[in-house]
Design a protein around this ligand. Structure first.
Ligand code: SAM
Length: 339
């Protein structure tokens, strides 16, 4: 009889992946307590957390997160554990991962820049030329500053911030799509802040400086806000800035927005990953809640606005999701007296 062939021992991390996928809580507990690394990637680029999440093993997901498994690791095809749980419709697992991710981001503040503009710095964008065409504005790195597919979204934002009429503020003119829509609501006063010299020059050339209810303020919102008043509706959509900049803008809202006023922003945060996008929606909503605002997200289907050809010549597909969540923020009624 032939002697049995010795099998090489299976690494504890491989066993962690297998037991996480198989829902073996006792084995996962034992492997973690004997030091198996929860941040291991198997040969298919999957972590134990991804295996557990894709099968909806919530208790194991909790054990792995507590042991330090990274919630924000990606498979080779760009999915994180939360995406895999969402794909499998494992809502309990999704909720657990979401709560953990939001807390982690709140505490650590590690997400520092908008995915829409990963490598630009604000000053370099504003210092460089932009190129205009009928359906887009491009920066010098072939990234889109603004694209016309967003028109239905901009029209919905305009409708939201013009609900109360009165004085409306838009931060970031771009192609002027949202401003054209705001004008159709005939606000009493329509203030536009724009910081890029080329965009500003184009605004003047196309007659925006002569509209009688329109006030153009040329400069960075960071510099010009002190000279402004208060508004019934505010929309924020800049480019070349980081998430922290938007957070900083939000700190001004309690003074800028009149009681009952409506604030909205372009919700492109992590528009290329479904789970990260939900994390960001919750994060902003929590941060606005700390400032006394409640946020509702109105879902708008956008699949039909996006075609493959749309992104030809654009270096970064800044939006890849089927649904856009339009934020509508209002001061909580009991915080009105703070304004
Ligand atoms: C995405 S576009 C806005 C698109 C606009 N919502 C529309 O409907 O066409 C962003 C605009 O914000 C401007 N911008 C960037 N940083 C700014 C800042 N700090 N202050 C004011 N405007 C800024 C950019 O020059 C650009 O025109």
């Amino acid at each position: 009889m032939a002697a049995p062939v010795d099998q090489p021992p299976v690494a504890p991390e491989e066993r962690l992946c297998t037991s996480s996928a198989g829902g073996d809580t006792a084995e996962v507990t034992s492997l973690l307590s004997s030091g198996a690394d929860p941040s291991y990637f198997d040969p298919n680029g999957m972590t134990p957390l991804m295996h557990a999440a894709s099968h909806g093993h919530t208790a194991i997901v909790r054990l792995l997160l507590d042991a330090g498994a990274p919630w924000n690791a990606f498979t080779p095809s760009g999915l994180c554990a939360g995406d895999l749980a969402m794909e499998g419709s494992h809502q309990e697992t999704v909720d657990l991962l979401l709560g953990f991710a939001v807390q982690a981001e709140l505490i650590l503040g590690t997400i520092t820049r908008s995915k829409r503009d990963d490598s630009n710095t604000e000053s370099s964008y504003l210092d460089e030329r932009v190129a205009f065409s009928e359906d887009r504005i491009m920066d010098t790195e072939s990234k889109a500053v603004m694209m016309s597919w967003e028109k239905p979204l901009m029209e919905a934002h305009a409708r939201a911030v013009c609900t109360n009429g009165g004085r409306v503020l838009n931060v970031g003119f771009g192609m002027g799509i949202v401003d054209e829509a705001i004008e159709r609501y005939e606000p009493e006063e329509h203030t536009i802040i724009e910081a890029h010299p080329d965009v500003y020059a184009r605004m003047l050339k196309s007659g925006w400086g002569e509209k009688k209810n329109v006030k153009i303020v040329f400069g960075r919102w960071q510099d010009v806000l002190p000279q402004l008043g208060t508004y019934d509706g505010i929309f924020f959509d800049t480019y070349g800035e980081y998430y922290e900049d938007m957070r900083e803008f939000h700190q001004h809202l309690p003074k800028l927005l009149r009681p009952g006023g409506i604030y909205s922003y372009f919700n492109g945060l992590c528009g290329d990953n479904a789970f990260f996008h939900v994390v960001y929606c919750q994060l902003v909503s929590l941060e606005l809640a700390n400032l006394g605002f409640s946020t509702q997200f109105v879902p708008l289907p956008v699949k039909d606005c996006l075609s493959k050809e749309l992104w030809e010549g654009v270096r970064q597909k800044y939006w890849q999701l089927d649904t856009y969540y339009l934020p509508v923020c209002q001061a909580d009624s009991d915080s009105d007296d703070l304004n």
